[in-house]
Ligand binder design. Sequence first.
Ligand code: SF4
Length: 339
Amino acid sequence: MAAPLLEVADLVRHFPLRAGPAGARRGTVRAVDGVSFAIEPGTTFALVGESGCGKTTTARLVLHLDRPTSGRILVRGKDIGTLRGAGLRAYRNEVQAVFQDPYSSLNPRMRVGEIVGEPLRIQRGLRRRELATRVGELLEQVGLPAAVARRHPHQFSGGERQRIALARALSLSPKLLVLDEPVSALDVSIRAQILNLLADLQEELGLSYLLISHDLAVVEHMSHRVAVMYAGEIVEVATRANLYENPLHPYTRALIAAVPQADPDVPLVDSGFGEPPNPAQLPPGCRYHPHCPIADASVCPVIEPVPRPVRPDHTVACHLVEPQEVASDATRGGGERLG
Ligand code: SF4
């Protein structure tokens, strides 16, 4: 296995909870609480979970839009918390983001050419002719004609706008793209096109993706490895095949069971397995125990489970999951084009 492009080690982000006119501290919101994972070059690693589970806070920390309370984020072994000046600028160029809403992420007053070319103009100092050529190449790379550079974002559909956002994100030749719910705001008919484009770009450019999603169908199609987050923690991490064919954590099982497999349009996370806990008032022991159908009252509300490997490339944080028999194809997984 190649050395990781990105390693996240025991990442913690707590926010003070303040109340009253004086803003007195009333507690702590434990948004991200000891998260660790690694992303290998050219692969997609997905963080999946319900709204508020900490996946977007984790993405913000990876993008260096926020600072962790503790823990480290390493890019090719270098701690990004120690980067300053040119080193930090280089990291920001290497790690780009595409967000959920293509309607608000593009400046409506700028032409497409300016939007896509702005990072190249500012960071690389490209001049007019060179800039126009490179912008045209980037637009064609995402399936748009170079001539659209003269138009404004409002003249495009949601899917086309997401292509423009992608062209901008690719402009500085990043190694890692953070994809935060990249297709959830798009019409279902357009989603497969954007997912296929992302798969093609990954293969062509050797990109790594950190995919943030609540949508288990999107995650299944795009990911090589998947981590399930619950209440600020990763409760299960595995190859795509392991996770979808043999989910082991009771919360992962509930998530997958809540997805009507034949209908990808139906909301993928429902409330059938209980509201997630308030991150300022987490239950003791296993955070999932108030909803867990197999909780053991003698241990689950008392002792917090730690992540344990239960078979190759499959780790689970649950007291009751035992090591598993290894299937011959247990480690297969990877992004796929949709038909
Ligand atoms: Fe359920 Fe206990 Fe496992 Fe938590 S540790 S998921 S409560 S069985």
